[in-house]
Unconditional design. Structure first.
Length: 235
């Protein structure tokens, strides 16, 4: 579904991605792991159109989308739940979700997405009239994912969904990510500091260091790799 070829991205004079190449098969969960500054979030932002690459291709369903404006990329079927959740804190839960569906023209489809999101996250249905900034961290993460799903994406980008959450809530969020992939058939590209959990739920993984892929493969193989064990899995 997504193929990135030789992607180079700069922040001013700093090269953030050095010819990055990754592949994301349809209906799979692919994870990017690596230390802070490895280029994980930069990769997602570039796919989303928030950063423009210096060179390279981002092929989505065979079409190069590199450099397209973000709203065009959402219209193509790619949506992101960003790092730090970035919900609209002064709006209600319902209003946040409505904004996720802003490109949808069909009221029936929007209604379907509300039903699907509320089925996935019943807590959001209970709190739909509540101001989003007053939600707990876990509920805000559910809202960020729910808002991303409202655009009916085929590819979902998740950036650090476990960030700042209690262990029990992290487990719940990751169970929901697996459910989205299995039940809705959504392709997911996951960036996550918790390498143990990320490799546990994903099918393929890439290890990034200083903007380059240094290891890749099926996650069951990566979990047994001595370098991955010592650097990211606490063993």
């Amino acid at each position: 579904m997504l193929e990135i070829k030789n992607l180079v991205v700069n922040y001013g004079a700093i090269v953030a991605l050095h010819g990055l190449s990754i592949s994301v098969p349809a209906r799979k969960i692919v994870t990017l792991i690596g230390a802070n500054g490895a280029g994980k979030t930069t990769t997602l932002k570039t796919i989303s159109g928030l950063l423009k690459p210096v060179s390279g291709e981002i092929l989505y369903a065979g079409k190069n989308i590199a450099g397209l404006p973000p709203h065009h990329i959402v219209g193509q079927g790619i949506s992101q739940a960003p790092e730090g959740r970035m919900i609209f804190a002064n709006l209600t839960v319902l209003e946040n979700l409505q904004l996720g569906a802003y490109l949808q023209k069909s009221r029936d489809l929007v209604r379907q997405e509300f039903e699907r999101t509320f089925t996935l996250f019943p807590r959001l249905k209970e709190r739909q009239k509540q101001i989003a900034g007053t939600l707990s961290g876990g509920e805000q993460q559910m809202l960020a994912i729910g808002r991303a799903l409202m655009s009916r994406p085929r590819l979902l980008l998740l950036d650090e969904p476990s960030l700042g959450l209690a262990p029990l809530l992290v487990k719940t969020i990751f169970e929901k990510i697996v459910e989205i992939n299995r039940e809705q058939g959504l392709t997911i590209l996951l960036v996550e500091q918790n390498a143990n959990l990320a490799l546990e739920i994903s099918h393929f993984g890439y290890v990034l260091e200083t903007g380059k892929v240094v290891l890749e493969g099926e996650t069951r193989e990566l979990r047994q790799n001595p370098k991955v064990k010592s650097a990211y899995l606490g063993g």
